[in-house]
Ligand binder design. Structure first.
Ligand code: NAD
Length: 371
């Protein structure tokens, strides 16, 4: 049996509840493919501040860099909202992404047929939607300098800076074009080039990269139009590549196509490192109530198999177990609608159902050792 070590950072709110299930599913799946997963768990976010005085310690960052693969829950909550910027839970997240150099954030937005009715949008609009949002993660306005609050003639003001270099844009554009080659061969670059200098640089740099990919169709859209098109006709999109701020907002909007933010996984990739986390936050309103949807966290573990371990079959096994439990009618509260043959269940029970399906699937199919 081969071995791999991953760092788990369950974080705050519902983070620990959903991460525990994701780890169980990941271990069980990988074991079937002859890979034993060892986990090292560390405090991260608000809980890190409470226990270690820092939202993330240098030791934790070093461990993450050493072991390369990280499974994260979520961070944040009202308890830590009034801390200064560098002590806030979100600071840990930004630091970790930056230190790992994970500049490409992949967010697959797929509407499961059994959940098409759970979205607030009409079924005929969303069914068949399959989008990959590629968000730049380590640049743009979340990191640009200067970043300050000051005063001018007694009037306080604040500054954030949206800055992108050609290299930063081109490396994410290449990831988007590569991803499109495995899909419908279409890339849409989203910016605000009618107003922002940084967007004009973005667009020009993406066009330059597109010359290396004559087989991929490139188009451009302004972010405000994209926000509208996502709810008007989401099936038109294949791969969307965009900057940090626009990607943050568009991917949460796209989350609602799937029925719940609790369904959306993400992978953040650098040259060798991988950070996997559900798109949702710590959901303090439902933390500790056994109502959180763990499927985004579990699907993030599937992405870890795919992108960091190169275990495509294992990733598909996890994804098909999610599809099966949904087909069997199991729903956490966020997905539940009072319909025949659907059963409302809690977080833990969802984990147990997944495990049951996965074990049956592994038992009934001859799994082959991939690595
Ligand atoms: P949120 O994603 O935590 O919650 C938004 C809504 O979605 C809430 O009603 C919540 O109950 C629901 N929800 C989220 N995940 C769910 C799940 N798995 N199952 C069922 N329902 C779910 O966003 P928010 O309320 O804006 O932020 C709460 C805290 O999380 C804040 O402190 C914020 O800074 C932080 N946050 C962290 C991350 C992260 O760790 N990556 C991302 C976004 C927000």
């Amino acid at each position: 049996m081969k071995e791999a070590t991953i760092i788990t950072l369950p974080g705050d709110g519902i983070g620990p509840e959903v991460t525990e299930i994701a780890v169980t599913i990941l271990k069980e799946t990988c074991r079937a493919y002859n890979l034993e997963i060892n986990t090292i768990e560390r405090n991260f976010g608000g809980i890190g501040y409470d226990r270690d005085g820092e939202p993330v310690t240098e030791e934790t960052l070093d461990l993450c860099k050493k072991h390369k693969f990280v499974l994260l829950g979520a961070v944040g909550g009202p308890k830590w909202d009034d801390l200064c910027a560098n002590k806030r839970p979100e600071a840990a997240l930004l630091k970790l992404r930056k230190e790992l150099g994970v500049y490409a954030n992949l967010r697959p937005i797929q509407v499961f047929p059994d959940l098409a009715g759970s979205s607030t949008l009409k079924e005929e609009i969303i069914s068949g939607t399959d989008i990959l949002i590629m968000r730049e993660l380590t640049g743009g306005i979340y990191f640009g300098e200067p970043r300050l609050t000051s005063e001018e003639n007694g009037d306080p003001f604040s500054v954030d800076t949206m800055k992108y270099s050609r290299l930063e844009v081109q490396r994410i554009a290449r990831k988007a074009f590569d991803a499109a080659r495995l899909r419908d061969k279409r890339v849409l670059s989203v910016d605000k080039a009618n107003v922002l200098e940084s967007s004009r640089m973005w667009r020009k740099s993406v066009i330059e990269v597109s010359e290396e990919y004559p087989d991929i169709e490139l188009s451009h859209m302004l972010v405000d139009n994209c926000a509208m098109q996502l709810v008007r006709d989401p099936k038109q999109f294949d791969v969307i590549v965009t900057g940090n701020l626009f990607g943050d907002i568009l991917s949460d909007e796209a989350a609602m196509l799937t029925g719940s933010i609790g369904m959306l996984p993400s992978a953040s990739l650098g040259e060798t490192n991988g950070l996997y986390e559900p798109v949702h936050g710590s959901a303090p309103d439902i933390a500790g109530k056994d109502t959180a949807n763990p499927l985004a966290a579990v699907a993030s573990a599937a992405l870890l198999c795919r992108y960091s371990f190169g275990m495509e079959d294992a990733a598909k096994k996890i994804e098909s177990s999610i599809e099966t439990v949904l087909k069997e009618g199991y729903r956490t509260a966020d997905l539940f609608r009072d319909e025949p043959e659907t059963k409302r269940i809690g977080t833990k029970m969802m984990g147990e159902q997944l495990l049951k399906v996965l074990r049956q699937d592994i038992k009934s199919s001859e799994v082959t050792i991939e690595i």
